[in-house]
Design a protein around this ligand. Structure first.
Ligand code: XMP
Ligand code: MG
Length: 196
């Protein structure tokens, strides 16, 4: 029953297939990941590197759930692909402000799908001489297993469906949803460049 919803809410409801991970579960998982990170990095100063734009929500919530002192920096990368698959050909749209030489870096990601973007990002950042580099991703899809990239912190392993919400977009929409959901097939499709 969509009566009583505004036009925008009705649109959003129609575009959404189902809620995959409700807000409470996301927040509980973020607190769990933060506790693990706190424990692992005790006594070491951490630089969180968020990958724009998808990781904005994870970064904001994870950073606030951490007790250890951290710095935050951002990168924006874009990978060319056909359809919704990335190719691993990555372009830096915005580089880090910080010099990561000798720093303990934790890459914060919304999702690892093929893992190609992350694998490229890891070797790029590794070449800059950090003291350590690890990855924290909220979501991971099955294809990620095919590529050899070590992801230390994983929130949820999800099925191979296109997901939206909590930073994840379809054509720049739905990033503001407080939960992760799947998109109804009638909205799905598209091709070309995929921005993180
Ligand atoms: P991979 O790991 O394949 O992922 O290099 C590259 C980027 O693709 C995006 N991606 C998604 N975005 N829903 C989204 O909104 C999804 O289901 C999805 N799967 C992949 C994401 O930006 C990732 O960094
Ligand atoms: Mg995206």
């Amino acid at each position: 029953d969509r009566e009583g919803l505004s036009v925008d809410e009705a649109d959003m409801g129609a575009d959404l297939e189902k809620v995959l991970i409700p807000e409470v579960e996301l927040q509980a998982k973020i607190r769990e990941l933060a506790a693990q990170v706190d424990e692992d990095y005790a006594g070491r100063e951490l630089l969180l590197v968020g990958v724009l734009k998808g990781a904005v929500m994870v970064m904001a919530d994870l950073a606030r759930a951490l007790h250890s002192p951290v710095s935050m920096d951002w990168m924006a990368v874009s990978s060319y692909g056909s359809g919704t698959k990335s190719s691993g050909v990555v372009r830096i749209m915005k580089d880090l402000d910080a010099d990561i030489m000798g720093r303990h870096v934790l890459i914060v990601e919304d999702i690892v799908d093929s893992g190609l973007t992350l694998s490229w990002l890891m070797s790029n950042l590794e070449s800059r001489g950090p003291a350590s580099i690890e990855v924290c991703t909220l979501l991971r899809k099955p294809d990620a297993a095919k590529i050899k990239v070590k992801v230390k912190y994983v929130g949820f392993d999800i099925p191979n469906e296109f997901v939206i919400g909590y930073g994840l977009d379809y054509a720049e929409r739905y990033r503001n949803l407080p939960f992760v959901g799947t998109l109804a097939p009638h909205v799905y499709g598209g091709s070309g460049e995929q921005e993180a």
